[in-house]
Design a protein around this ligand. Structure first.
Ligand code: ZN
Length: 369
């Protein structure tokens, strides 16, 4: 049996987002930080990799880096003028091309590497080299549009990987399940008028981008019906997420029967995440991953690829990520998540969950599920 692939490259951690307090540029009334500063710092990702190392998990995986995505790969998805501008500003020392996506010198090449890890993860699962794969991509990708950076995302890692997979591996249908706590608006926009990529996003309602990710956004033209948004109420915990997965995501995937399932895996819906108000814990990511493994086994020969997106709680993200990768690989370590009891004790009450399940039932009916 082939192993789970784990794609990681230290250079991805060298992408800099400059001097910020959480997401606000320093200056005026915003005091320069003494610590990591910007929310999208390498720390949560580096600590995930470190925990995997000390727990002995990395050694049990097929752990590799990958080549950068090429210009040809990028241009299957992005507007040439955007790519040219991004490279110019990166070469000149960095900047921000808009909508909360600052970067430094050399971030262009690092973003190409981040997309390259996603591309290789998909390629190696499709070729049968690995049973499934995880790419610790940074910078993330799911907010990035064809011609516009957004929300810490500089290149659309998952669409770049999917288009390369379609060009090189002859697959027809791909499903993307985005459980980052923010709306996967970039992936949605890129595939909005296409039926060959089903895009599903679970997210905190109207969190980021504000007003984005409504139930009414169903796709257009040939893509109508192939985009599914599942906005969840702030304060959603384990029950609401698992119910949404079972009631909406799993049936949608079984109906669609993709050749490959890709998860846009933000770990920022945790109970201590600073950029949203949700209450997931490591067992939530463990169980959601298990569900996706079961669906993938049934519909696409187990071909499941997980691409890292957000996740900003430096202390907690490593335990959520470890639980996910343990499940993906079937390799349980001795690590026990010290946050688990704390976040489990803060779950919403039964009345909230019952009300929320009713909303999700209505949503499922509106989607014909
Ligand atoms: Zn996010």
């Amino acid at each position: 049996m082939s192993k789970t692939a784990f794609f990681h490259d230290e250079l991805c951690f060298w992408h800099t987002t400059g001097e910020h307090a959480l997401v606000m540029p320093v200056g005026g009334w915003v005091q320069p930080p003494t610590g990591a500063g910007h929310a999208e710092s390498p720390e949560s990702k580096r600590r995930l990799k470190a925990l995997m190392d000390v727990a002995g998990l990395t050694a049990r995986l097929d752990h590799r880096s990958a080549p950068r995505a090429t210009e040809e790969d990028l241009l299957r998805v992005h507007d040439p003028a955007y790519i040219k501008k991004f490279k110019e500003v990166s070469d000149a020392g960095g900047g921000d091309l808009g909508l909360f996506a600052p970067f430094g010198r050399g971030s262009y090449e690092i973003a190409c590497l981040s997309a390259g890890l996603a591309k290789q993860a998909m390629a190696d699962v499709l070729s049968g080299h690995n049973k499934n794969a995880y790419a610790l991509s940074r910078p993330p990708g799911h907010h990035c549009l064809r011609d516009q950076s957004m929300g810490f995302c500089l290149l659309a890692n998952i669409p770049i990987g999917i288009e390369a997979a379609k060009a090189n591996h002859g697959i027809e249908k791909v499903a993307v399940v985005d459980w980052d706590v923010h709306h996967g608006n970039g992936t949605q926009a890129i595939f909005y008028s296409r039926a060959d990529v089903l895009t599903i996003s679970l997210h905190q309602e109207s969190c980021f981008p504000p007003g984005s990710g409504l139930v009414s956004e169903r796709g257009e033209g040939q893509g109508e019906g192939y985009n599914l948004n599942i906005p969840l109420l702030p304060g959603s915990g384990h029950e609401a997420y698992l119910y949404a997965m079972q009631r909406l995501v799993v049936p949608a995937l079984r109906n669609y029967k993709p050749d490959l399932i890709v998860i846009a895996s933000g770990l920022d819906a945790s109970g201590v995440g600073p950029l949203a108000r949700m209450l997931l814990h490591s067992d939530s990511y463990r169980e959601m991953t298990q569900l996706m493994l079961e669906v993938a086994a049934d519909v696409c020969g187990g071909r499941l690829v997980v691409i890292h997106e957000g996740g900003y709680a430096e202390a907690c993200v490593p335990f959520c990520g470890l639980a996910l990768i343990e499940t993906l690989s079937g390799e349980r370590t001795e690590v026990e998540d010290p946050f688990l009891g704390l976040i489990k004790a803060q779950q919403p009450n039964e009345r909230f969950d019952a009300f929320h399940k009713q909303l999700l039932d209505e949503m499922a009916q509106s989607y014909g599920l």
